[in-house]
Design a protein around this ligand. Structure first.
Ligand code: CA
Ligand code: CA
Ligand code: CA
Length: 133
């Protein structure tokens, strides 16, 4: 009986790991229609910005990215800091995110399907790692 219980625990752990790694698109897909709309995406982007902007001054600076490793910080700043001043204001972040949405939305229907999402993840730096909510 104990063995069975152990086996069950192992299985449950494995299952929950799968759920944790479950595609982010599921999290972003608030209305559960199987795809991420522009609106769902934008609201996630906005939340992510607010979360990263720890001191709430409307911009993301390097010291607010301390939880990321150096390489990710560089990539993050490079991808989002359009004017190259080392500070990412919300507008820059939103514009970079918008560009990513267009890249992901391969068939240009205004939604990112699960397939498109999965395809984009392997092609690009993982801005998705940032969507940690
Ligand atoms: Ca949706
Ligand atoms: Ca800030
Ligand atoms: Ca900037």
């Amino acid at each position: 009986m104990k063995k069975l219980l152990m086996a069950l625990v192992v299985i449950l752990c494995a299952v929950s790991t799968v759920f944790a790694a479950e595609d982010l698109s599921t999290k972003l897909d608030k209305n559960k229609d199987g795809k991420v709309s522009k609106k769902e995406y934008t609201s996630a982007v906005s939340k992510t910005f607010d979360k990263l902007d720890k001191n709430r001054d409307g911009s993301i600076t390097r010291d607010e990215l301390g939880h990321m490793d150096k390489k990710d910080q560089e990539t993050f700043i490079k991808e989002n800091d359009a004017d190259g001043d080392g500070i990412i204001i919300k507008k820059e972040f939103e514009q970079a995110a918008e560009k990513r949405f267009r890249q992901l939305d391969k068939n240009r229907n205004g939604f990112i399907s699960k397939d498109e999402w999965a395809g984009g993840r392997s092609e690009m730096y993982s801005p998705f790692a940032l969507f940690t909510f």
